[in-house]
Ligand binder design. Structure first.
Ligand SMILES: [Zn+2]
Length: 288
């Protein structure tokens, strides 16, 4: 059972773009990532990265831009869409828009969807400085609903200088979940730091709210979320690759050995993400 092949979708990876990141973000990634130390600038080749991740059992990987010029970095959506063309049947590019620096973020998101492919949206409240329930942000969610895109939001502490944690208190997502019941809302990092309970509560209250476990130590997931088995419909696997101290394969196997039912494990590692990304039934989910 422990050696059964695992089907894995990685809902949370970042592209290798040292020159687009803030210097402190890049230093942090270098300090924790064995993949960066081992492969270095070969990771600029997205086809090479797809090969590495496939060799670790990953079937598909979401790739996240970050349009956060005042904090973590400025990896634009255009860049990620272009990189993902190296392996279009493997990578799933997301978009990143910034409510404070883009004059019409919802319009920009619609443009990305038109020119795409784009499979979801990443928002960074603590790096972009807005509360997710501000009414000025709502047109962005309307565009997501219109195009069937999930929204992934950074929710949790971070070592990136300039982070303002108050913006990612998960309580603000309660409004969004109520006002957009058709919008899948994924809380990246599950409230890392001191909001694990709040995230678990939101995910169990709202059928459209999910937790992504990127950046969490997999062997500690049951400490953070004691009701993980019951929450299994609402949790997706993500690695934060390449900013991770182990490997994607290691993390997936640790989750598979937590003692959860095999059904819960499959949901967390694969099925929930497949559903959120429109990959069920063998479809590509592109251009939705
Ligand atoms: Zn991340």
């Amino acid at each position: 059972m422990a050696n059964a092949p695992l089907r894995v979708i990685d809902f949370h990876t970042h592209p290798y773009r040292p020159g687009d990141l803030a210097p402190a973000t890049w230093r942090f990634i270098q300090s924790i990532s064995p993949a960066v130390r081992e492969h270095g600038d070969r990771l600029e080749d997205a086809g090479y990265v797809a090969g590495l991740l496939r060799a670790q059992g990953v079937e598909r990987a979401v790739v996240l831009p970050e349009h956060c010029p005042d904090s973590s970095g400025n990896v634009r959506t255009e860049t990620v869409i272009e990189l993902c063309r190296a392996a279009p049947d493997f990578f799933l590019p997301f978009a990143s828009v910034n409510p404070n620096t883009d004059p019409d973020p919802a319009g920009l998101l619609r443009r990305y969807v038109r020119e795409g492919p784009v499979h979801g949206l990443k928002l960074y409240p603590s790096y972009q400085f807005f509360y997710p329930n501000e009414r000025r942000v709502y047109p962005i969610y309307e565009a997501c609903v219109e195009h069937g895109l999930p929204v992934l939001l950074h929710v949790g502490t971070s070592v990136i200088p300039g982070t303002r944690l108050r913006y990612c208190d998960p309580v603000h997502l309660d409004d969004v979940a109520v006002d957009f019941p058709e919008l899948p809302i994924v809380m990246a990092h599950g409230g890392r730091g001191w909001w694990y309970d709040a995230c678990a509560t939101l995910a169990s209250l709202h059928r459209n709210v999910y937790i992504d476990v990127a950046g969490l130590v997999p062997s500690k997931l049951l400490e953070h979320f004691p009701a993980l088995e019951r929450l299994a419909d609402r949790v997706v696997f993500g690695s934060d690759w390449p900013a991770m101290p182990k490997s994607v394969d290691h993390n997936a196997r640790r989750i598979a050995s937590l003692g959860l039912s095999s059904e819960a494990t499959e949901k967390i590692l694969y099925r929930n993400a497949a559903r959120l990304l429109g990959l069920e039934g063998g479809g590509g989910g592109a251009g939705r």
